[in-house]
Design a protein around this ligand. Structure first.
Ligand SMILES: [Zn+2]
Length: 330
């Protein structure tokens, strides 16, 4: 017989949904600093706890969009197990619409510092509070990311090279056929889950360039569709899951950095296409209008993300670049 599920300050009885928060500490002005969460406790029987993290980077709105969309589409009475959605993990970063919290310049990027530290810098403490709660409750974790303020990323996912990690990546469904191996044991929530022997993935779709109302909705629907597919795969809801017919499996070999500063002009046709070494991916113009540098493919591979901010500075992230090592078929 299922009982109430209490996580942080949220407590949901079977077949119900409740909102609350994970306490972190206090803000300078006295208000609490906490991580909001929504707990959906399924009323249809036992099953895994699917944990969804959004807003680990505060300039990536696809996480909250997807958590809200998924929660609104699920009938808690028809779910086996539970779904825990964190719309925004790094709340101060989200409030400033920035990748990291501008109030913490020492541990700016939350996605590099897991499992955090209970006595560290502010973002390390936030990571610690999130980590402890997540590993205590989550059976499956999905982190939702995008290109944020600087880039667009196209249906890519990182997965730990474990059988359960690969199974979860495949469960994202037909559109998610680019699987990039992650070998990290620390740094991200995904790595923290891996070190506990639990499946977790980091998925990438969209960016602030892609929040025009129809496009933004479409990205949220694509991510929601994928998570519903994950829930069908793990038998958390009724229905037959769908899968890609084949998967491109490889690694993000590099993020190509800008070789010079200037005006960024990418080549649209190459995005998420297989390209060969030397293919021109983008050009950087100097202010006389001439091409100051061409950005070319460093190996045979697949550019799965591109800078979208036309102002580019020497050393900026430009092209997110994967190398395909094998193809898997269903
Ligand atoms: Zn991110």
């Amino acid at each position: 017989m299922k009982t109430a599920l209490t996580i942080g300050t949220a407590s949901a009885r079977p077949g119900e949904r409740a909102a609350g928060a994970i306490p972190v500490g206090r803000r300078p002005g006295g208000a609490p600093l906490e991580i909001p969460l929504i707990v959906l406790n399924g009323g249809a029987g036992d099953g895994p706890v699917l944990w969804i993290d959004g807003g680990i980077h505060g300039d990536e709105p696809e996480g909250p969009l997807t958590v809200f969309s998924l929660m609104s589409q699920l009938d808690p009475r028809a779910v086996r197990g539970a779904v825990v959605g964190l719309p925004v993990v790094n709340v101060p970063a989200f409030e400033n619409a920035q990748r990291g919290n501008p109030g913490d310049l020492f541990t700016y990027d939350l996605n590099r510092i897991y499992p955090g530290r209970p006595d560290g810098h502010l973002t390390e403490r936030l990571a610690h509070a999130h980590h402890e709660t997540m590993v205590a409750h989550a059976d499956i974790e999905v982190s939702i990311h995008s290109g944020g303020a600087h880039s667009y990323l196209a249906y890519a996912q990182f997965y730990p090279v474990t059988p359960e990690g690969l199974e979860l990546a495949k469960a994202m469904g037909p559109e998610w056929d680019l699987l990039l191996k992650s070998f990290a044991d620390r740094g991200s929530p995904m790595a923290a889950m891996k070190s506990r022997g639990k499946p977790a993935i980091t998925v990438e779709l969209g960016g602030l360039c892609d929040t025009f109302p129809t496009r933004f909705r479409a990205n949220g629907e694509a991510l929601t569709r994928a998570l519903l597919n994950v829930m069908r795969h793990y038998k958390m809801i009724e229905g037959a899951p769908a899968y890609a017919r084949r998967w491109m499996v490889g690694q993000q070999k590099t993020v190509i950095l800008a070789p010079t500063s200037g005006f960024w002009l990418p080549v649209p046709e190459v995005l998420r296409q297989r390209v060969t070494t030397g293919t021109v991916l983008a050009r950087i113009h100097s202010m006389d209008g001439e091409v100051a540098a061409e950005v070319t493919a460093p190996y045979d591979g697949i550019p799965f993300g591109m800078r979208t901010n036309p102002t580019v500075q020497l050393g900026d992230w430009c092209i997110f670049y994967g190398v395909i090592e094998e193809e898997l078929t269903a």
